[in-house]
Each structure stands twice: as structure tokens, then as C-alpha cells.
Design a protein around this ligand. Structure first.
Ligand SMILES: [Zn+2]
Length: 132
């Protein structure tokens, strides 16, 4: 996604603060008088991992993600950067835990299916009949 400079119409990155062509400040950055943009919040990512895999870790991510912008706009740039790093860390932890859990589930079912298929196709089915 990109925005356009209101001064010269040059296409600029949505993260850009000033137009690289004419130097005019980009409109969406005018809300904030500081020249910096807030660090990555990880909010979307942390919500996604919370929904799809790991509630506790994802919530830690969301809590920190919500602090990023509030701290940044309160002027606490270091705090915002810390919250961003923390949110990113928890989001990545929950992502990898989620991947591990899903992989374990798949392996579990593969083993169950493999053993039941082996039992049915081998001598197991006849042994079951005899036992009846
Ligand atoms: Zn421009």
C-alpha cells in the first residue's frame, strides 16, 4: 500500500514522513508533530496468533502491542520500542509454539492412522474375529 504526496503527486511509501521528490510532509504523518513513526506494533500478528493457536502468549503480545502506540504518542519513544520488541517476541514465541503444537497433532494422527491401518491390513483383523 502506498500514498501520494499532496504537493507534487509523487508516490510515497506509507511509512514515509516526507516526500522524497519535493520534501513536503506526507499528509498522514501530519497527525503527529514528531518526525518519527511509531515502531511496529505487532497488533495484527499478535491477534492472529491468539485466534489461531496460543491464547496466553498471544495475549502477552496484544498487551505489549497496545502499549507501543500509546507510549509513542505519549512521547515515551524508548518505552514504545521496548513494547514493540516485547510484542514481537511474544508473537514469535506463540507462532512457533503454535507451529510445534500443530505439527505434534499432525504427527499424532499420522501415527494413530498408520497403526490402525497396519492393524486392519495385517493379521490384527483376523485375531479380532477369532476373539469374537
Ligand atoms: Zn511531493
Amino acid at each position: 500500500m502506498s500514498t501520494y504526496c499532496s504537493n507534487c503527486g509523487n508516490e510515497v511509501s506509507e511509512k514515509a514522513v516526507v516526500c522524497l521528490k519535493c520534501g513536503a510532509s506526507v499528509s498522514n504523518a501530519n497527525i503527529n508533530k514528531t518526525s518519527a513513526q511509531p515502531p511496529k506494533t505487532w497488533l495484527v500478528e499478535s491477534i492472529l496468533v491468539t485466534l489461531f493457536c496460543c491464547l496466553p502468549f498471544g495475549i502477552a503480545g496484544i498487551v505489549n502491542a497496545s502499549k507501543v502506540e500509546s507510549r509513542f504518542y505519549a512521547g515515551d519513544i524508548d518505552g514504545a520500542n521496548l513494547a514493540s520488541a516485547s510484542a514481537g517476541k511474544w508473537t514469535k514465541i506463540s507462532l512457533w509454539v503454535g507451529v510445534a503444537v500443530i505439527t505434534a497433532y499432525i504427527l499424532f494422527y499420522v501415527v494413530i492412522i498408520a497403526t490402525s491401518v497396519a492393524g486392519l491390513t495385517g493379521a490384527g483383523i483376523f485375531n479380532q474375529w477369532l476373539n469374537l
